[in-house]
Design a protein around this ligand. Sequence first.
Ligand code: FES
Ligand code: FES
Length: 172
Amino acid sequence: MKVAMVVNGTERSGDVEPRVLLADFLRTNLGLTGTHIGCDTTSCGACTVLLDGEPVKSCTLLAVQVEGRQIKTVEGLAQGANLAPIQVGFHEEHGLQCGFCTPGMMLVGAALLERNADPTDEQIRWAISGNICRCTGYMNIVKAIRHAAQLQAAARMAPAAEAAAAVTGGEE
Ligand code: FES
Ligand code: FES
């Protein structure tokens, strides 16, 4: 049957059997292989994508269940050549080793920062508690999300500072 959804801002569609999982549709039909499959049983979080902004495990949804909805995958985080703050955070804080868990970790991190711009480490740990990393021990992932929060805060302050400088002519 035909299924259509908006993926990373672009309408995408395909012909699938009703039993096809969203993870398989993204990877096989759309070629978005940044969405990883680690367990197929809702345990590991490697397949996490954002559904209307909320993290979901795409191995637990059928493609036909998200008809007409908004999906964001890891491929949708960067704006052209500009990495998203969450991606910069993982780069700067060495938040990955093999990188298999990283797409899911970055998407849950980005969703957390959307609703809580200044999370505590405990809140970050809670947000990533459905995602398993077999390499990093989680410390650097927490640091990476905190780093992204700081980058986003700095970006929010920058326009205000520029506006104030324009009003005062840049004088203290
Ligand atoms: S592949 Fe979906 S949770 Fe592991
Ligand atoms: S970096 Fe390897 S599983 Fe997380």
